[in-house]
Design a protein around this ligand. Structure first.
Ligand code: ARG
Length: 475
């Protein structure tokens, strides 16, 4: 069903309808469209524009339609252009001409962006919940390895030994920032656009503030032209999703490396691995690779919407219909990837001995020698030079730093006495890294506790926001 046509003498060309049609992807806005229609109905009723008895009939039909949409008893048909026209057809089938009464003072322009805001908020909350679950998996896994050492890397070269719990827990910090961003986004997105009309507001006695309140928005638009053209919340959501994708891809890369035969640190569980159709021995970390690979489409969806918005004239232009598929795709992608990565992390075991043996390799304790000399008041540049000489000596015959003789050590620098041996152990190196946020196991344990506490607070906040949202939806 079309929502226009009075001034047209010719029917729409088939190609035009095909290109115009969005109901095959915007149908998922139906529950939000029905809910915002109830709010709009209330404003029309309160202002006396619709008789109480008519309003009751429309309200009953909207609620019935909601149930039918949910059960699948009412679906869009081939002739429906978009979700709004499909639902108005549904109302007309129940109410006859009265079904068209809701269009007073409302345009699809303010309607569609109101629906999309509600949809986005609902799904953003679910993504936030999935992120807190992922954080728990990361932090609990990190907690198992606080006292296990492993090489820490820069340039994928052994740099300094670290607590493997520290190595894992770092990911929880990235996701904490994502949750922060989501919170900021929620505050900025909670603005109702309903009442902006096509672009100029309305001559009818509507009450946009009451409608906003009814739909659980924190505030109402300030400028009706901006209200129908603003898709910042879509672009911002897509940026948040793209960055979450990037964070997931970095986990994916690590897991793939650590599961390789060369590293052999990670044993990814069977449930989160896949096999090869030709090589019977293969067990591949495909979830890690998909987490890495999916970041491409998450970034692509952001670029797609920003490009669509660039230089777009204000108020409504049909280009804006292109906001939905990228947004839906990013949300669907994350809701698939997040639980899979959470499960993969929770069920991976690490080879503690192998990581501990690797920790001092690659002269990763050389900084300890330099720091030892600094404590003895040797300027760092000289200390660095001396530690470098120790490495050079070891490289000649493939020894480790602690295997240098006392004579060799004092030969490199007179202040390098045998006392240095006490810091030339991985254990000593880890325990000495006690500055704020460092890798000393006591600090790592504390860091994990604080992160878990913040996580519980986020979880409680998300749960209550989700409860408020579903209460609003079921009104
Ligand atoms: N399907 C349209 C969209 O998604 C709804 C708004 C149509 N508005 C219009 N003036 N043609 O953007």
């Amino acid at each position: 069903m079309a929502l226009w046509g009075g001034r047209f003498t010719e029917g729409t060309a088939e190609t035009v309808f095909a290109l115009s049609r969005s109901v095959h992807f915007d149908w998922r806005l139906a529950p939000y469209d029905l809910r915002s229609s109830l709010a709009h109905l209330l404003t029309l009723e309160t202002s006396g524009l619709i008789e109480k008895s008519d309003a009751a009939a429309i309200r009953g039909a909207l609620k019935e339609l909601s149930v039918q949409v949910q059960s699948g008893a009412f679906v869009a048909s081939d002739g429906d252009e978009d979700v709004h026209s499909a639902l108005e057809r549904g109302l007309n089938e129940k109410l006859g001409v009265l079904g068209g009464a809701l269009r007073a003072g409302r345009s699809r322009n303010d309607q569609v962006t109101t629906d999309l805001r509600l949809f986005s908020i609902d799904h953003m909350l679910e993504i936030a919940r999935q992120i807190t679950l992922l954080q728990i998996a990361i932090l609990e896994k990190a907690g198992e390895y606080v006292n296990d050492s492993a090489p820490g890397f820069t340039h994928i070269q052994h740099a300094q030994p670290v607590s493997f719990g520290h190595e894992l827990a770092k990911h929880a910090q990235a996701f904490a920032r994502d949750l922060d961003r989501i919170n900021d986004w929620l505050a900025r997105t909670s603005v109702s656009s309903l009442g902006a009309g096509a672009l100029a507001g309305s001559s009818l006695p509507l009450d946009p503030e009451a409608t906003a309140n009814e739909l659980g928005f924190n505030s109402v638009f300030a400028n009706s032209i901006d209200a129908v053209s603003d898709r910042d919340y879509v672009a911002e959501a897509l940026f948040i999703f793209a960055l979450i994708g990037v964070h997931l891809s970095r986990i994916g890369e690590e897991w793939s490396l650590w599961a390789s035969t060369e590293f052999a640190w990670a044993k990814v569980s069977d449930a989160y691995s896949t096999g090869s159709s030709i090589m019977p021995q293969k067990k591949n970390p495909d979830m890690a690779e998909l987490a890495r690979g999916k970041s491409g489409r998450l970034i692509g969806n952001l670029v797609s919407v920003l490009t669509m918005l660039k230089a777009l004239p204000f108020a409504y232009n049909r280009d804006l219909q292109e906001d939905k598929e990228p947004l839906f795709d990013s949300i669907d992608t994350l809701l698939l990837v997040l639980p899979a990565v959470t499960g993969m992390i929770a069920t991976t075991d690490f080879d503690r001995d192998k990581m501990a043996l690797a920790a001092p390799l690659g002269y990763s304790l050389a900084t300890e020698i330099a720091d030892y000399l600094v404590v003895k008041k040797i300027p760092f540049a000289q200390a660095h030079e001396a530690a470098g000489k120790c490495v050079a000596l070891c490289e000649v015959d493939g020894r480790q730093l602690h295997q240098l003789t006392d004579v060799e050590l004092t030969g490199v620098h007179p202040a390098l006495d045998a006392g240095v041996r006490s810091v030339l152990t991985v254990h000593g190196a880890l325990n000495s890294r006690t500055t704020h946020g460092g890798t000393a196991p006591v600090l790592v344990a504390e860091q994990i506790n604080v992160a878990l506490k913040n996580n519980s607070a986020s979880m409680a906040q998300i749960t209550s926001a989700q409860a408020r949202f579903s209460e609003m939806m079921s009104a």
